[in-house]
Design a binder for this molecule. Structure first.
Ligand SMILES: Cc1cc2nc3c(=O)[nH]c(=O)nc-3n(C[C@H](O)[C@H](O)[C@H](O)COP(=O)(O)OP(=O)(O)OC[C@H]3O[C@@H](n4cnc5c(N)ncnc54)[C@H](O)[C@@H]3O)c2cc1C
Length: 310
């Protein structure tokens, strides 16, 4: 930071006037008893895409008839609040067809979770009896896993499982910590320009920053990137900086053509990125509305990927 350079693994260094960091997440060691990164090949987190998601898929496909898939859900705040529950829906969707007597066990340290009413309604409609969630009232916050024995111990009660997705507690990607711009687990920023509260020449966006009221999502990261780019351009060239506006929508698919969503708009205050207003799908919506919501999510995906990658 003093020299305003970024060191590259290959040995080179790149000078900067402004540095934008978007390093995503890392996991908090020791947050799930019995699990560390050396367990990830037996009990994948599958929360960074690539080999981990491939491995989890292979393990689910290899489950014996009537077997158990367990998920240890993360505490707040974490990447993609509805993500674990949409994943459960997709696993249930697969198992309903390939292994209909299989069970899904969610061990959850949180009292409640994103779009809970919508997911629970969908699970009852599509996957009745397949999914059980153990919240903190019943020991969901006191879990130990054993990747050798393939067991999950919930408050002293041990269950043998066939596939286990452990999603640990999260923090900002390690480079933010190395740069000394984190406070606790995340990097605090000024909402108006996404600049670090510790270094005005560094901007942090996406999952790694303390994003105020915004959830950690790709949509949010993209929205913050635009505010950040506008501010950096203004700072370096003197061009007009438009008032920051942020938006997010998180769509989730529960079953074929059964899409739901939650979203909001946000503004920059001195304190944080603050929510202005929001919306959420309703329980009991018609299948036409749910199918339209699903199509909307496909349209969003096409739009954001072309926005990002051309
Ligand atoms: C199962 C699941 C479902 C999701 N569904 C949605 C969804 O439907 N909609 C949505 O909006 N979001 C969704 N998300 C969330 C979304 O993926 C993240 O919020 C988004 O990727 C965050 O972007 P980011 O830039 O902060 O981090 P990332 O996308 O993780 O990018 C960070 C990058 O920085 C790299 N990096 C880190 N440190 C270094 C370093 N020192 N040197 C070089 N490179 C480095 C990393 O390798 C990575 O490529 C989902 C996430 C999951 C896990």
């Amino acid at each position: 930071r003093d020299a305003k350079t970024v060191a590259l693994a290959g040995g080179g260094a790149v000078p900067y006037d402004r540095l934008i960091l978007s390093p995503g997440i890392d996991f908090i060691e020791g947050s799930v008893a019995g699990w560390d990164l050396s367990s990830q090949n037996a009990m994948p987190h599958a929360y960074k895409a690539g080999s981990q998601t491939e491995l989890l898929k292979a393990q689910i496909m290899a489950m014996p008839e009537g077997g158990t898939f367990a998920m240890v859900a993360p505490p707040n705040p974490y990447r993609c609040p509805p993500g674990p529950y949409e994943r459960v829906s997709m696993v249930a969707h697969l198992l309903k067809n390939t292994n209909p007597t299989a069970k899904i066990l969610i061990v959850d340290p949180k009292e409640k979770f994103s779009k809970q009413g919508l997911f629970e309604e969908g699970w009852a409609n599509h996957y009745d009896g397949m999914i059980e969630r153990v919240g903190p009232d019943f020991g969901g916050d006191n879990v130990t896993v054993d990747h050798n024995a393939m067991t999950v111990d919930i408050d002293g009660e041990v269950t043998k499982v066939d596939a286990c997705n452990v999603i640990p507690a999260m923090k900002a990607g390690h480079i933010a910590e190395m740069a000394g711009i984190t406070e606790g687990n995340w990097a605090p920023v000024n909402a108006a320009d996404m600049s670090s509260k510790m270094d005005e020449n560094i901007h942090v966006l996406g999952d790694a920053c303390a994003q105020g009221d915004m959830p950690k999502s790709g949509f949010s990261a993209n929205s913050q990137a635009k505010v950040c780019a506008n501010a950096v351009r203004g700072a370096l060239t003197g061009s007009t900086v438009f008032p920051p506006r942020f938006a997010n929508t998180c769509w989730s698919l529960i079953d074929t053509d059964d899409g739901v969503k939650v979203g909001a708009t946000y503004e920059a205050t001195d304190e944080k990125i603050a929510k202005v207003d929001g919306f959420i799908s309703a329980t009991g919506e018609t299948s036409e509305v749910r199918a339209a919501t699903y199509r909307e999510s496909v349209g969003w995906y096409d739009g954001i990927t072309s926005d990002m990658f051309g």
